[in-house]
Design a protein around this ligand. Structure first.
Ligand SMILES: [Zn+2]
Length: 159
């Protein structure tokens, strides 16, 4: 069964990842992305705030919008749009959030300066962004089989 992991456990895990450098840069180099485009890579979040949470990460370590050309932005948002459509088709959430987030601080937990998009299936009708875009309640984890099934479902639904 997919289950929640509490915030402190999730923090410890992401700290271990972050100790190896910029996490989004590592994600962008991952060998097995869900899908990729010229400027961005879509991958399952390993720390999903909802099951089915996808990250779309720029390949380059860009931290300001000024660094992103209109063409690169269009390319990445097209990938985020496709990911969101796959999430809607495969998981039929009440809503699918797409948000570009990030922080100016390099050392805050659970967030990174490297620009990226979150594509998040939200099951609760009427959920507010602040209730979803938080690690306060921990993150989800599944078994290897559950991760594989999620990946296969999104790929099968990819537009
Ligand atoms: Zn980076």
């Amino acid at each position: 069964m997919v289950r929640r992991v509490d915030r402190d456990t999730a923090l410890a895990r992401i700290d271990a990842d972050a100790s190896e450098g910029c996490v989004p840069c590592a994600l962008a180099r991952a060998r097995d992305p869900l899908m990729a485009s010229t400027h961005a890579v879509a991958t399952l979040s390993r720390f999903p705030v909802r099951w089915g949470h996808v990250l779309v990460v720029f390949r380059e370590h860009w931290v300001t919008l000024e660094e992103v050309s209109p063409a690169a932005w269009a390319d990445a948002t097209a990938l985020a749009h496709a990911a969101g459509r796959a999430v809607e088709r495969a998981l039929t959430p009440a809503r699918c959030y797409v948000a570009s987030l990030g922080t100016s601080e390099p050392d805050l937990p659970m967030t990174f300066p490297h620009l990226h998009f979150h594509v998040i299936p939200v099951g609760e009708p009427g959920a507010r962004p602040a209730e979803v875009l938080t690690w306060r309640d921990g993150v989800y984890e599944g078994t290897a089989e559950e991760w594989d099934a999620l990946r296969a479902a999104l790929l099968a639904a990819w537009p």
